[in-house]
Design a binder for this molecule. Structure first.
Ligand code: FAD
Ligand code: NDP
Length: 472
């Protein structure tokens, strides 16, 4: 048991915690800085490359926490987990009984998988979050004949894409796949690529302009403490687990939910999954890829305000409702008035951005300097890979919050690219760019500048016109 005094305290060894620590260590190297991490392995970011001003791609690595101390001599690491925060005396208590008195602290405790209701009934219902849970999944995959995947976001899409040699039943409540990230049109683009694995390279490009109005029906287009959340390439660990010659069918069941799951010993498969459409599916195990919930797994003398998702509500400087307590990453709920083209999604890009902002604001607090919110919060950007394609999402890429009064410009070349631009009143509000489109910088500028594109709308996606010439 020890008592430590620190100017800065950061809790959590995921991308948010490590980014916060690294930024503080650079901004204020002469001040004492403490990181509480439950795991000896922490996440860090490398090979940061900019596609445009706000569109960033980087690698996520796992590294020994102690290596951070070698780089940042003002950093002290407490290998433990946070138990209680006394916000009046500004003391954090760990499970082993250490006391850390802080001037400002940042909570970066991440999230935990939000599993389906019956998850407690069987060990055959899995969530994926960290290296340990992937190992468990690999084990089940090795032995299993049939799995059910529930959820329609990033994890489910990656699992369906990366696994082979096992029968897969994908249960989603939407009427198209991967709804968190894409629209029905892009889902169709991906599904066609599943069907035509043997690509016919020169297929016809389809250009379409569709104006949505008030009357339109928008249809046609379109716990425990372990290590940090996984990075973007986690699913590669699933590849090659089974011989590809095994059974591989994928059945997708749309617009259904799970009513109940029971484990049984007198049927061919040990898990009986009852769906809301009355059908029962038998399987070896079920993956619940149904989102995350913030990990607020410690107690307080005084609870800070929380968002509707249970995350710690933070303002534009990442400060919670309790003075000198900041939060960043999956544990935080972005409670400020967002810029028109930004919204929160629990992604590593945002964990890094929030943590960098928190560090700057914490440093500003201690050194009495004014800080401004970072420019990255002007535009939602997400750069990822889905079903083997590069996917860049910008702004209101799925017309989020635009009602039904918007226009879509679409260009699609099967097996090559899918480009969707969302316009309102002639101005670009969001974009989905799938494949190597080279349009990300132009789209970023058009969203940020809100240029009126009315005179160009018929040409903007014409592959025979170099649209950049218009803006020179
Ligand atoms: C399978 C998977 C794939 C993903 N793929 C992508 C992707 O391709 N692109 C993308 O943008 N995002 C992806 N994400 C999301 C991304 O990983 C998270 O948004 C991001 O890692 C959140 O970072 P964080 O630091 O807030 O939280 P975490 O990474 O969860 O880190 C929190 C850390 O805090 C520790 N902790 C918790 N409680 C305490 C405590 N009381 N005391 C001390 N330490 C504590 C935890 O052990 C953990 O180390 C993926 C997530 C998963 C699960
Ligand atoms: N490539 C990437 O960028 C990746 C990002 N991630 C991130 O990791 C985190 C976890 O991923 P994931 O678990 O896929 O979470 P997501 O939030 O991406 O998706 C959760 C999905 O589960 C659905 N869902 C929620 N509850 C239920 C339920 N009870 N029954 C059926 N479906 C349900 C949601 O539907 P609805 O929307 O209707 O609520 C949604 O389709 C997320 O923050 C995600 O953004 C993960 C993997 C890859």
């Amino acid at each position: 048991m020890s008592e430590i005094e620190a100017t800065y305290l950061v809790v959590g060894g995921g991308i948010a915690g490590v980014t916060c620590v690294e930024t503080l260590a650079i901004l204020h190297p002469e001040e004492t800085l403490v990181l509480i991490t439950a795991s000896s392995l922490v996440k860090n970011v490398s090979n940061v490359s900019f596609f445009a001003k706000t569109i960033v791609k980087f690698d996520v690595n796992e590294t020994e926490a102690s290596s951070l101390m070698r780089i940042h001599p003002n950093l002290k690491i407490v290998f433990d987990s946070l138990k209680h925060v006394d916000t009046k005396t500004q003391i954090a208590y760990t499970h082993a009984g250490d006391k850390i008195k802080y001037k400002v602290m940042c909570i970066c405790t991440g999230g935990i998988p939000r599993l389906i209701r019956d998850s407690h009934k069987s060990k055959r219902i899995l969530g994926i979050r960290d290296t340990e849970s992937v190992k468990e999944f690999q084990e089940k995959l090795r032995m299993g004949r049939r799995m059910v995947v529930v959820g329609n976001g990033g994890i489910a899409s990656e699992i369906v894409h990366a696994t082979s040699g096992i029968q897969k039943i994908w249960v989603i409540r939407d009427d198209y796949i991967s709804a968190t990230f894409i629209d029905p049109g892009a889902a169709e683009f991906f599904q066609n690529t599943f069907k035509n694995k043997e690509v016919q390279p020169e297929q016809k490009t389809v250009l379409r302009r569709h104006i949505f109005s008030e009357e339109d029906q928008v249809v046609s287009l379109n716990k425990d403490l372990k290590s940090a959340a996984l990075g973007p390439d986690w699913y590669r660990k699933l590849e090659g687990i089974k011989d590809d010659k095994g059974v591989q069918e994928l059945e997708t069941i749309y617009k259904v939910e799970i009513n109940s799951v029971e484990e049984t010993s007198d049927k061919e498969y040990p898990l009986q999954v009852l769906l809301s459409n009355g059908r029962t599916i038998e399987c070896d195990f079920l993956v619940s890829a149904t989102g995350v919930e913030p990990a607020v797994n410690f107690s307080w003398d005084k609870e800070p305000l929380k968002g509707p998702d249970g995350g710690l509500a933070v303002n534009e400087f990442q400060e919670t409702s309790i003075e000198n307590v900041y939060a960043a990453g999956d544990v935080a709920h972005a409670a400020w008035d967002h810029a028109p083209h930004w919204f929160q999604l629990r992604l590593w890009t945002q964990a890094r951005q929030m943590a960098g902002m928190a560090a700057k604001a914490m440093h500003g607090k201690i050194s009495n300097e004014e800080v401004l919110q970072d420019f990255c919060f002007e535009l939602f950007t997400h750069c990822t890979t889905l079903f083997g394609y590069q996917v860049i999402l910008l702004g209101k890429y799925n017309a989020q919050g635009l009602g039904r009064d918007y226009e879509i410009l679409l260009r699609m070349t099967p097996n090559k690219e899918y480009i969707k631009l969302v316009l309102q009143n002639g101005k670009l509000q969001g974009a989905i760019l799938i494949g190597e489109t080279d349009l990300e910088e132009m789209c970023e500028n058009l969203i940020l500048d809100q240029l009126d594109l009315t005179p160009l709308a018929d040409h903007i996606l014409d592959p025979d016109i170099d649209i950049d010439d218009y803006f020179d």
